[in-house]
Design a protein around this ligand. Structure first.
Ligand code: SF4
Ligand code: SF4
Length: 377
């Protein structure tokens, strides 16, 4: 596994990091982690040189930290790097941050975090971290050795990024970067701002919540013709990892097949050549011809008080947008849990402020609903 060095004399970080947001689950409609299957993935990753494990207070309904800490316990503490995040949107005062941070150490059964992030800085929450004194508190924890490196994950505009960078001498930043978001979500500009300041970049969503693992039949064909046997996900992972200044690429893997594929990509890592970049561009153009909703399935918008399974509704619609298989789409909707359909949305707007992709959720749900209803007429 290729390793990259954190700044000049820091830790050696595996180029692939195991994201603990989409671990295998006991059942698709619950957040409960399948502990045995997830442990097998952690052990496989560790055995193959993955040493960066990324969790968060909110992942898997709050159980991801409680899984990954014990799962890594059998390995020497200095042989892996553990990252977790403070959920700014849940904070009302500095004391909330104190309570959550202590709980996180207990959840993970560790004395310190190697990387710690202010989670998901967005337009609606980013000021809280500063105004509530959370950054000051986290800096104290860093000085006390309970945080080794302090950074943030980001989902807001470029002016906000510039502003946040003036607040604190951050140690790293985590951004959503993949070949679609390079232009669609201004990942290019974010990357350039961060690297121009010498900040190591951690990449999240390199496969865009799984969408780029199977973008569309035409894109898949373009990738297959260019390199038979290589998965579309491997192209997406290599795209992110090829950028200088990227420290690690986090992939939220859900099964052994995805893990083996990503490990194989990073064990024999080769940066994209100019010819490879042209292949990615061609596949991207094919993908962009389908109008999809830019949902990554992160589930930050959940739970919806009206019972809508928002990420499921967007996932099923996006699958339809690519395949245009109405029958399959209607069948999948019929199999969704009762009350989970877009029809249950009462447009309260509660979900919107939580969406890092700034999706106008009620509007998109209404559009999908109207489209599906029009088929009945
Ligand atoms: S706007 Fe609709 S989907 Fe969002 S929380 Fe309200 S009812 Fe649920
Ligand atoms: S709608 Fe937004 S918050 Fe909800 S799962 Fe999709 S990307 Fe995440």
């Amino acid at each position: 596994m290729e390793k990259r060095t954190y700044r000049s004399s820091g830790a050696a970080v595996s180029l692939l990091g195991l994201g603990c947001m989409r671990l295998p689950k006991v059942s698709p409609d619950k957040e409960d982690i399948d502990l045995a299957a997830a442990q097998e993935m952690v052990d496989y990753a560790y055995a193959h040189g993955v040493n960066y494990f990324d969790t968060a207070y909110v992942y898997h309904g709050g159980t991801s930290e409680r899984f990954i800490g014990p799962a890594l316990k059998k390995y020497p503490r200095d042989s892996y790097l553990l990252a977790t995040k403070m959920p700014g949107w849940d904070l009302t005062c500095r004391e909330d941050a104190v309570k959550i941070f202590e709980e996180q150490l207990a959840n993970c059964q560790v004395d310190y975090f190697d990387f710690y992030l202010c989670h998901s800085l967005s337009e609606s929450n980013y000021r809280k971290y500063k105004d509530l004194g959370v950054i000051d508190y986290l800096d104290e924890q860093k000085k006390a050795g309970r945080i080794r490196r302090l950074g943030f994950s980001f989902h807001a505009t470029l002016p906000i990024l510039e502003e946040v960078l003036t607040w604190y001498p951050w140690d790293f930043a985590q951004i959503q970067l993949n070949y679609l978001d390079w232009t669609a979500q201004k990942a290019k500009e974010q990357y350039e701002i961060l690297t121009s300041r010498g900040l190591p970049v951690i990449v999240m969503e390199p496969v865009r919540g799984g969408a780029l693992a199977d973008p569309c039949p035409e894109s898949n064909r373009i990738f297959q013709e260019a390199a038979p046997g290589r998965s579309p996900a491997s192209w997406a992972i290599r795209y992110a990892a090829s950028l200088p200044g990227v420290l690690t690429v986090l992939s939220g893997m859900s099964n052994m097949e995805q893990l083996r594929d990503n490990v194989a990509t990073m064990e024999a890592f080769s940066p994209l050549s100019p010819v490879d970049h042209a292949v990615v561009e061609k596949a991207l153009e094919a993908y962009k011809r389908h109008v999809t909703i830019p949902c990554t399935g992160c589930r930050y918008c959940m739970d919806c008080p009206a019972g809508v399974d928002i990420p499921l509704m967007f996932k099923l619609y996006n699958e339809y947008a690519v395949t245009r298989e109405k029958g399959d789409y209607k069948k999948a909707l019929a199999q969704a849990p009762e009350g989970a359909l877009m029809h249950s949305c009462v447009a309260c707007g509660v979900c919107m402020s939580h969406c890092p992709q700034s999706i106008r959720i009620p509007e998109e749900l209404a559009k999908i609903r109207d489209k599906v209803d029009s088929w009945k007429k």
